[in-house]
Design a protein around this ligand. Structure first.
Ligand code: ADP
Ligand code: ASP
Ligand code: MG
Length: 401
Protein backbone atom coordinates (compact mmCIF):
# COMPACT_ATOMS: atom_id res chain seq x y z
CA UNK A 1 0.00 0.00 0.00
CA UNK A 2 1.02 3.59 -0.57
CA UNK A 3 0.15 5.67 2.46
CA UNK A 4 0.36 9.42 2.89
CA UNK A 5 0.72 10.36 6.54
CA UNK A 6 0.64 13.91 7.86
CA UNK A 7 1.93 14.90 11.29
CA UNK A 8 0.85 18.27 12.68
CA UNK A 9 2.69 20.80 14.80
CA UNK A 10 2.03 19.23 18.19
CA UNK A 11 3.09 15.82 16.91
CA UNK A 12 6.50 17.18 15.88
CA UNK A 13 6.63 19.79 18.65
CA UNK A 14 9.90 18.61 20.23
CA UNK A 15 12.84 16.38 19.36
CA UNK A 16 11.35 13.55 21.45
CA UNK A 17 8.10 13.89 19.54
CA UNK A 18 9.89 13.81 16.21
CA UNK A 19 11.52 10.62 17.40
CA UNK A 20 8.09 9.26 18.32
CA UNK A 21 6.88 10.09 14.80
CA UNK A 22 9.96 8.39 13.31
CA UNK A 23 9.03 5.23 15.21
CA UNK A 24 5.48 5.34 13.94
CA UNK A 25 6.64 5.83 10.38
CA UNK A 26 9.15 3.00 10.76
CA UNK A 27 6.38 0.72 12.02
CA UNK A 28 4.20 1.47 9.00
CA UNK A 29 7.23 0.78 6.83
CA UNK A 30 7.86 -2.56 8.57
CA UNK A 31 4.30 -3.49 7.72
CA UNK A 32 5.35 -3.28 4.07
CA UNK A 33 3.98 0.11 3.04
CA UNK A 34 5.43 2.78 0.79
CA UNK A 35 5.28 6.06 2.67
CA UNK A 36 5.05 9.73 1.90
CA UNK A 37 5.10 11.71 5.14
CA UNK A 38 4.04 15.35 5.26
CA UNK A 39 5.09 17.38 8.28
CA UNK A 40 4.11 20.71 9.83
CA UNK A 41 6.47 23.07 11.57
CA UNK A 42 7.01 22.46 15.29
CA UNK A 43 3.99 23.84 17.19
CA UNK A 44 4.24 27.56 17.83
CA UNK A 45 6.99 27.96 15.24
CA UNK A 46 4.87 29.55 12.50
CA UNK A 47 3.38 32.02 15.00
CA UNK A 48 6.85 32.86 16.27
CA UNK A 49 8.06 33.60 12.74
CA UNK A 50 5.01 35.82 12.13
CA UNK A 51 5.80 37.74 15.34
CA UNK A 52 9.39 38.17 14.20
CA UNK A 53 8.20 39.70 10.95
CA UNK A 54 5.78 42.00 12.78
CA UNK A 55 8.67 43.26 14.86
CA UNK A 56 9.85 45.03 11.71
CA UNK A 57 6.63 45.75 9.88
CA UNK A 58 2.88 45.78 10.41
CA UNK A 59 2.35 44.84 6.78
CA UNK A 60 5.33 42.76 5.65
CA UNK A 61 5.52 41.76 2.00
CA UNK A 62 3.66 38.53 1.41
CA UNK A 63 6.43 37.20 -0.77
CA UNK A 64 8.88 37.55 2.11
CA UNK A 65 6.38 36.04 4.54
CA UNK A 66 6.31 32.93 2.38
CA UNK A 67 10.11 32.75 2.33
CA UNK A 68 10.06 33.04 6.09
CA UNK A 69 7.15 30.78 7.02
CA UNK A 70 8.06 27.93 4.68
CA UNK A 71 11.28 27.46 6.66
CA UNK A 72 9.47 25.98 9.68
CA UNK A 73 8.32 22.87 7.81
CA UNK A 74 11.73 22.44 6.23
CA UNK A 75 13.30 22.06 9.66
CA UNK A 76 10.97 19.27 10.78
CA UNK A 77 11.13 17.45 7.43
CA UNK A 78 14.89 17.19 7.48
CA UNK A 79 15.04 16.31 11.19
CA UNK A 80 12.57 13.49 10.63
CA UNK A 81 14.58 12.20 7.67
CA UNK A 82 17.77 12.29 9.74
CA UNK A 83 16.06 10.44 12.61
CA UNK A 84 14.78 7.74 10.27
CA UNK A 85 18.13 7.27 8.54
CA UNK A 86 19.75 6.86 11.94
CA UNK A 87 17.24 4.12 12.74
CA UNK A 88 18.27 2.35 9.55
CA UNK A 89 15.36 3.46 7.35
CA UNK A 90 16.38 5.15 4.09
CA UNK A 91 14.58 8.49 3.91
CA UNK A 92 14.79 11.77 2.06
CA UNK A 93 13.32 15.17 2.93
CA UNK A 94 11.92 17.42 0.21
CA UNK A 95 10.68 20.99 0.12
CA UNK A 96 7.41 21.72 -1.66
CA UNK A 97 9.37 22.66 -4.76
CA UNK A 98 11.37 19.43 -4.76
CA UNK A 99 8.17 17.47 -4.27
CA UNK A 100 6.77 19.03 -7.46
CA UNK A 101 3.99 21.07 -5.83
CA UNK A 102 3.00 23.92 -8.15
CA UNK A 103 0.66 26.66 -6.98
CA UNK A 104 -0.83 29.92 -8.21
CA UNK A 105 0.77 33.21 -7.09
CA UNK A 106 -1.46 34.10 -4.18
CA UNK A 107 1.32 34.48 -1.64
CA UNK A 108 0.38 33.29 1.88
CA UNK A 109 -2.84 31.71 0.59
CA UNK A 110 -1.81 29.90 -2.57
CA UNK A 111 -3.88 27.26 -4.31
CA UNK A 112 -2.26 24.05 -5.50
CA UNK A 113 -2.53 23.87 -9.29
CA UNK A 114 -0.68 20.68 -10.07
CA UNK A 115 1.75 18.16 -8.68
CA UNK A 116 4.51 16.53 -10.69
CA UNK A 117 4.70 13.20 -8.90
CA UNK A 118 7.82 12.00 -10.74
CA UNK A 119 10.39 13.18 -8.15
CA UNK A 120 8.54 11.45 -5.32
CA UNK A 121 7.96 8.28 -7.32
CA UNK A 122 11.65 8.05 -8.18
CA UNK A 123 12.54 8.17 -4.50
CA UNK A 124 9.87 5.64 -3.56
CA UNK A 125 11.24 3.30 -6.21
CA UNK A 126 14.63 3.56 -4.59
CA UNK A 127 13.00 2.27 -1.44
CA UNK A 128 13.11 5.55 0.43
CA UNK A 129 10.56 7.03 2.76
CA UNK A 130 9.76 10.46 1.33
CA UNK A 131 9.30 13.27 3.84
CA UNK A 132 7.67 16.38 2.42
CA UNK A 133 7.73 19.82 4.07
CA UNK A 134 4.02 20.70 4.28
CA UNK A 135 2.24 24.01 3.70
CA UNK A 136 4.30 25.08 0.67
CA UNK A 137 4.86 24.98 -3.04
CA UNK A 138 6.24 27.19 -5.79
CA UNK A 139 4.52 29.36 -8.34
CA UNK A 140 5.29 29.59 -12.03
CA UNK A 141 8.06 32.11 -11.42
CA UNK A 142 9.75 29.68 -9.06
CA UNK A 143 8.85 31.76 -6.00
CA UNK A 144 8.05 29.96 -2.76
CA UNK A 145 4.39 30.13 -1.75
CA UNK A 146 2.49 28.91 1.31
CA UNK A 147 -0.99 27.46 1.44
CA UNK A 148 -2.72 29.30 4.30
CA UNK A 149 -2.74 28.44 8.00
CA UNK A 150 -3.10 24.76 8.67
CA UNK A 151 -2.01 24.17 5.06
CA UNK A 152 0.01 21.03 5.69
CA UNK A 153 -3.30 19.16 5.73
CA UNK A 154 -3.84 20.43 2.20
CA UNK A 155 -0.35 19.30 1.11
CA UNK A 156 -1.13 15.81 2.40
CA UNK A 157 -4.51 15.52 0.70
CA UNK A 158 -3.18 16.89 -2.59
CA UNK A 159 -0.27 14.45 -2.54
CA UNK A 160 -2.56 11.54 -1.66
CA UNK A 161 -4.81 12.48 -4.57
CA UNK A 162 -2.01 12.96 -7.08
CA UNK A 163 -0.20 9.77 -6.07
CA UNK A 164 -3.45 7.77 -5.91
CA UNK A 165 -2.46 6.75 -2.41
CA UNK A 166 -4.42 4.01 -0.67
CA UNK A 167 -4.83 6.10 2.46
CA UNK A 168 -4.38 9.63 3.73
CA UNK A 169 -3.85 9.65 7.49
CA UNK A 170 -3.81 12.98 9.32
CA UNK A 171 -2.26 12.79 12.76
CA UNK A 172 -2.77 15.40 15.46
CA UNK A 173 -3.16 15.50 19.24
CA UNK A 174 -6.78 14.29 19.15
CA UNK A 175 -7.77 10.77 18.15
CA UNK A 176 -10.35 11.87 15.60
CA UNK A 177 -13.12 14.31 14.86
CA UNK A 178 -15.43 14.94 17.81
CA UNK A 179 -18.96 16.34 18.07
CA UNK A 180 -17.24 19.53 19.22
CA UNK A 181 -13.78 20.61 20.35
CA UNK A 182 -13.04 18.22 23.25
CA UNK A 183 -10.99 20.96 24.89
CA UNK A 184 -14.18 23.00 25.30
CA UNK A 185 -16.63 20.18 26.04
CA UNK A 186 -15.01 17.15 27.66
CA UNK A 187 -18.20 15.18 27.01
CA UNK A 188 -17.74 15.57 23.26
CA UNK A 189 -18.03 12.22 21.50
CA UNK A 190 -15.68 10.92 18.86
CA UNK A 191 -17.33 10.24 15.52
CA UNK A 192 -16.45 7.05 13.62
CA UNK A 193 -17.33 8.64 10.30
CA UNK A 194 -18.35 12.02 9.04
CA UNK A 195 -19.31 13.18 5.55
CA UNK A 196 -17.09 15.55 3.55
CA UNK A 197 -19.94 18.02 3.51
CA UNK A 198 -20.33 18.17 7.27
CA UNK A 199 -16.60 18.15 7.88
CA UNK A 200 -16.20 20.99 5.42
CA UNK A 201 -18.77 23.07 7.29
CA UNK A 202 -17.27 22.25 10.69
CA UNK A 203 -13.75 23.15 9.63
CA UNK A 204 -14.85 26.25 7.75
CA UNK A 205 -16.72 27.33 10.87
CA UNK A 206 -13.76 26.97 13.20
CA UNK A 207 -13.01 23.29 13.94
CA UNK A 208 -9.33 23.36 13.10
CA UNK A 209 -8.84 19.61 13.45
CA UNK A 210 -8.74 19.62 9.63
CA UNK A 211 -8.05 22.61 7.44
CA UNK A 212 -11.19 23.45 5.44
CA UNK A 213 -9.44 23.63 2.08
CA UNK A 214 -8.01 20.17 2.59
CA UNK A 215 -11.50 18.78 3.13
CA UNK A 216 -12.76 20.57 0.05
CA UNK A 217 -9.98 19.06 -2.05
CA UNK A 218 -10.46 15.60 -0.53
CA UNK A 219 -14.11 15.74 -1.53
CA UNK A 220 -13.24 16.89 -5.03
CA UNK A 221 -10.57 14.25 -5.57
CA UNK A 222 -12.33 11.49 -3.64
CA UNK A 223 -9.47 11.15 -1.14
CA UNK A 224 -10.60 9.32 1.97
CA UNK A 225 -9.09 11.02 5.02
CA UNK A 226 -8.57 9.30 8.35
CA UNK A 227 -8.01 11.65 11.30
CA UNK A 228 -5.97 10.00 14.06
CA UNK A 229 -3.77 10.76 17.05
CA UNK A 230 0.00 10.47 16.94
CA UNK A 231 0.02 9.79 20.68
CA UNK A 232 -2.23 6.74 20.78
CA UNK A 233 -3.54 3.95 18.60
CA UNK A 234 -7.14 3.80 17.55
CA UNK A 235 -9.28 3.71 14.46
CA UNK A 236 -9.71 7.51 14.28
CA UNK A 237 -12.46 9.15 12.23
CA UNK A 238 -13.05 8.46 8.55
CA UNK A 239 -14.04 11.43 6.42
CA UNK A 240 -15.84 10.16 3.37
CA UNK A 241 -18.96 10.31 1.21
CA UNK A 242 -22.30 10.69 2.95
CA UNK A 243 -24.09 7.41 3.55
CA UNK A 244 -27.57 6.43 4.67
CA UNK A 245 -26.58 5.77 8.23
CA UNK A 246 -25.32 9.34 8.54
CA UNK A 247 -28.54 10.88 7.31
CA UNK A 248 -30.35 9.82 10.44
CA UNK A 249 -28.24 12.17 12.47
CA UNK A 250 -29.79 15.63 12.64
CA UNK A 251 -26.88 17.51 14.13
CA UNK A 252 -23.43 16.03 13.98
CA UNK A 253 -21.30 18.74 15.47
CA UNK A 254 -20.80 22.21 16.89
CA UNK A 255 -18.02 24.59 15.93
CA UNK A 256 -16.72 27.74 17.56
CA UNK A 257 -14.79 30.41 15.69
CA UNK A 258 -13.17 33.04 17.87
CA UNK A 259 -11.35 34.66 14.98
CA UNK A 260 -14.28 36.96 14.25
CA UNK A 261 -14.87 40.69 14.31
CA UNK A 262 -17.98 42.72 13.58
CA UNK A 263 -18.07 45.91 11.57
CA UNK A 264 -21.14 48.16 11.85
CA UNK A 265 -21.78 51.06 9.54
CA UNK A 266 -24.50 53.40 10.76
CA UNK A 267 -26.58 55.81 8.68
CA UNK A 268 -25.43 54.46 5.36
CA UNK A 269 -26.85 56.51 2.49
CA UNK A 270 -29.52 54.32 0.97
CA UNK A 271 -28.96 54.37 -2.77
CA UNK A 272 -28.51 51.70 -5.40
CA UNK A 273 -24.91 50.54 -5.67
CA UNK A 274 -23.83 51.42 -2.15
CA UNK A 275 -23.45 47.80 -1.00
CA UNK A 276 -21.63 46.97 -4.21
CA UNK A 277 -19.18 49.79 -3.52
CA UNK A 278 -18.53 48.87 0.09
CA UNK A 279 -18.01 45.19 -0.56
CA UNK A 280 -15.92 45.80 -3.66
CA UNK A 281 -13.54 47.88 -1.56
CA UNK A 282 -13.31 45.07 0.96
CA UNK A 283 -12.74 42.51 -1.78
CA UNK A 284 -9.97 44.67 -3.25
CA UNK A 285 -8.21 44.49 0.13
CA UNK A 286 -8.76 40.70 0.15
CA UNK A 287 -11.07 40.84 3.14
CA UNK A 288 -13.36 37.83 3.41
CA UNK A 289 -16.75 39.10 4.49
CA UNK A 290 -18.95 36.52 6.12
CA UNK A 291 -22.33 37.38 7.61
CA UNK A 292 -24.07 40.51 6.44
CA UNK A 293 -27.18 42.21 7.82
CA UNK A 294 -28.85 45.34 6.59
CA UNK A 295 -31.80 47.02 8.25
CA UNK A 296 -34.80 48.38 6.42
CA UNK A 297 -34.12 51.94 5.39
CA UNK A 298 -35.54 54.86 7.41
CA UNK A 299 -35.37 58.44 6.21
CA UNK A 300 -32.98 57.58 3.43
CA UNK A 301 -30.36 55.82 5.54
CA UNK A 302 -29.81 52.30 6.74
CA UNK A 303 -27.49 50.35 9.06
CA UNK A 304 -25.19 47.72 7.67
CA UNK A 305 -23.32 45.14 9.72
CA UNK A 306 -21.01 42.33 8.73
CA UNK A 307 -18.35 40.04 10.12
CA UNK A 308 -14.76 39.52 8.97
CA UNK A 309 -11.95 37.35 10.32
CA UNK A 310 -10.26 39.25 13.18
CA UNK A 311 -6.96 38.81 11.41
CA UNK A 312 -8.35 40.80 8.47
CA UNK A 313 -9.83 43.64 10.51
CA UNK A 314 -6.91 46.00 9.90
CA UNK A 315 -7.36 45.56 6.17
CA UNK A 316 -11.11 46.10 6.50
CA UNK A 317 -10.45 49.38 8.30
CA UNK A 318 -8.13 50.45 5.51
CA UNK A 319 -10.71 49.53 2.90
CA UNK A 320 -13.41 51.63 4.57
CA UNK A 321 -11.22 54.67 5.06
CA UNK A 322 -11.65 57.26 2.36
CA UNK A 323 -15.18 56.11 1.92
CA UNK A 324 -16.64 58.26 4.66
CA UNK A 325 -19.36 60.68 3.73
CA UNK A 326 -21.55 57.86 2.56
CA UNK A 327 -22.09 56.64 6.10
CA UNK A 328 -22.43 58.28 9.51
CA UNK A 329 -20.15 56.31 11.76
CA UNK A 330 -18.46 52.97 11.83
CA UNK A 331 -17.55 50.82 14.78
CA UNK A 332 -15.56 47.67 15.13
CA UNK A 333 -16.08 44.95 17.70
CA UNK A 334 -13.47 42.26 18.15
CA UNK A 335 -15.20 40.69 21.13
CA UNK A 336 -17.54 38.51 19.14
CA UNK A 337 -17.41 34.88 18.11
CA UNK A 338 -19.40 32.59 15.89
CA UNK A 339 -20.97 29.40 17.12
CA UNK A 340 -22.46 27.00 14.58
CA UNK A 341 -24.36 23.76 14.53
CA UNK A 342 -23.83 21.45 11.57
CA UNK A 343 -25.66 18.39 10.32
CA UNK A 344 -26.78 16.94 7.00
CA UNK A 345 -30.01 15.84 8.67
CA UNK A 346 -31.12 19.49 8.85
CA UNK A 347 -31.88 19.34 5.15
CA UNK A 348 -34.99 17.34 5.77
CA UNK A 349 -36.01 18.41 9.26
CA UNK A 350 -37.50 21.60 10.59
CA UNK A 351 -37.21 23.01 14.08
CA UNK A 352 -33.45 22.55 14.39
CA UNK A 353 -32.71 26.26 14.18
CA UNK A 354 -35.56 27.14 16.54
CA UNK A 355 -34.06 24.83 19.14
CA UNK A 356 -30.69 26.59 18.84
CA UNK A 357 -32.32 29.97 19.40
CA UNK A 358 -34.39 28.84 22.36
CA UNK A 359 -31.33 27.23 23.93
CA UNK A 360 -29.48 30.51 23.66
CA UNK A 361 -32.45 32.37 25.11
CA UNK A 362 -32.73 29.97 28.03
CA UNK A 363 -29.10 30.75 28.83
CA UNK A 364 -29.51 34.47 28.43
CA UNK A 365 -27.13 34.65 25.50
CA UNK A 366 -27.99 37.41 23.07
CA UNK A 367 -27.72 36.52 19.38
CA UNK A 368 -26.30 39.41 17.37
CA UNK A 369 -26.42 37.89 13.90
CA UNK A 370 -27.73 34.71 12.33
CA UNK A 371 -27.01 32.92 9.11
CA UNK A 372 -28.19 29.56 7.88
CA UNK A 373 -27.61 27.17 5.03
CA UNK A 374 -29.05 23.75 4.23
CA UNK A 375 -26.81 22.04 6.74
CA UNK A 376 -25.79 24.68 9.27
CA UNK A 377 -27.00 27.44 11.57
CA UNK A 378 -24.45 30.05 12.65
CA UNK A 379 -24.87 32.68 15.33
CA UNK A 380 -22.65 35.61 16.21
CA UNK A 381 -22.57 36.26 19.95
CA UNK A 382 -20.44 37.99 22.57
CA UNK A 383 -17.08 36.22 22.71
CA UNK A 384 -17.31 35.71 26.46
CA UNK A 385 -20.26 33.35 26.01
CA UNK A 386 -18.70 31.32 23.17
CA UNK A 387 -17.65 28.27 25.16
CA UNK A 388 -20.81 28.29 27.25
CA UNK A 389 -22.87 28.34 24.06
CA UNK A 390 -20.97 25.33 22.71
CA UNK A 391 -21.67 23.38 25.87
CA UNK A 392 -25.36 24.20 26.18
CA UNK A 393 -25.97 23.47 22.49
CA UNK A 394 -24.04 20.22 22.78
CA UNK A 395 -26.36 19.25 25.58
CA UNK A 396 -29.52 20.48 23.87
CA UNK A 397 -28.91 18.29 20.81
CA UNK A 398 -27.82 15.41 23.05
CA UNK A 399 -24.55 15.06 21.20
CA UNK A 400 -22.91 13.21 24.07
CA UNK A 401 -25.38 10.36 23.69
P1 ADP B 1 -2.21 19.99 14.15
O1 ADP B 1 -1.31 20.99 14.79
O2 ADP B 1 -1.75 18.58 14.31
O3 ADP B 1 -2.54 20.33 12.73
P2 ADP B 1 -4.55 21.25 15.16
O4 ADP B 1 -4.20 21.92 16.44
O5 ADP B 1 -4.60 22.04 13.91
O6 ADP B 1 -3.56 20.02 14.97
O7 ADP B 1 -5.95 20.47 15.31
C1 ADP B 1 -6.20 19.67 16.44
C2 ADP B 1 -7.05 20.43 17.44
O8 ADP B 1 -8.31 20.72 16.89
C3 ADP B 1 -7.38 19.68 18.70
O9 ADP B 1 -6.38 19.82 19.68
C4 ADP B 1 -8.73 20.27 19.15
O10 ADP B 1 -8.59 21.16 20.24
C5 ADP B 1 -9.18 21.07 17.94
N1 ADP B 1 -10.57 20.78 17.54
C6 ADP B 1 -11.50 21.73 17.26
N2 ADP B 1 -12.66 21.17 16.95
C7 ADP B 1 -12.50 19.83 17.02
C8 ADP B 1 -13.36 18.71 16.78
N3 ADP B 1 -14.62 18.85 16.40
N4 ADP B 1 -12.83 17.46 16.95
C9 ADP B 1 -11.54 17.30 17.31
N5 ADP B 1 -10.68 18.32 17.55
C10 ADP B 1 -11.14 19.58 17.40
N1 ASP C 1 2.78 25.53 10.11
C1 ASP C 1 1.62 26.03 9.41
C2 ASP C 1 0.66 26.67 10.38
O1 ASP C 1 0.93 26.72 11.57
C3 ASP C 1 0.95 24.97 8.57
C4 ASP C 1 0.45 23.77 9.33
O2 ASP C 1 0.81 23.56 10.48
O3 ASP C 1 -0.32 23.01 8.75
O4 ASP C 1 -0.35 27.17 9.98
MG1 MG D 1 -3.88 21.80 11.91
Amino acid sequence: MLIVQKYGGTSVGSLERIENVAKRVAKARDEGNDLVVVVSAMSGETNKLIDYAHHFSKTPSKREMDMLLSSGERVTASLLAIALEEMGYPAIAMTGRQAGIRTDDTHTYARIESIDTEPIRRQLEKGRIVIVAGFQGINEQGEVTTLGRGGSDLSAVALAGALHADACEIYSDVDGVYTTDPRIEPRARKLDRISYEEMLELSSLGAKVLQNRSVELAKKMGVKIIAKSSFSDGPGTIITEENEQMEEVLVSGIALDKNQARVSLRDVVDRPGIAAEIFQRLADEQVNVDMIIQNASREGTTNLGFTVPQSELERAKEALEGFSGDYGEVDYDENVCKVSIVGVGMKSHSGIAAKAFSTMAANNINIEMISTSEIKVSMVIDEKYGELAVRVLHEAYELDK
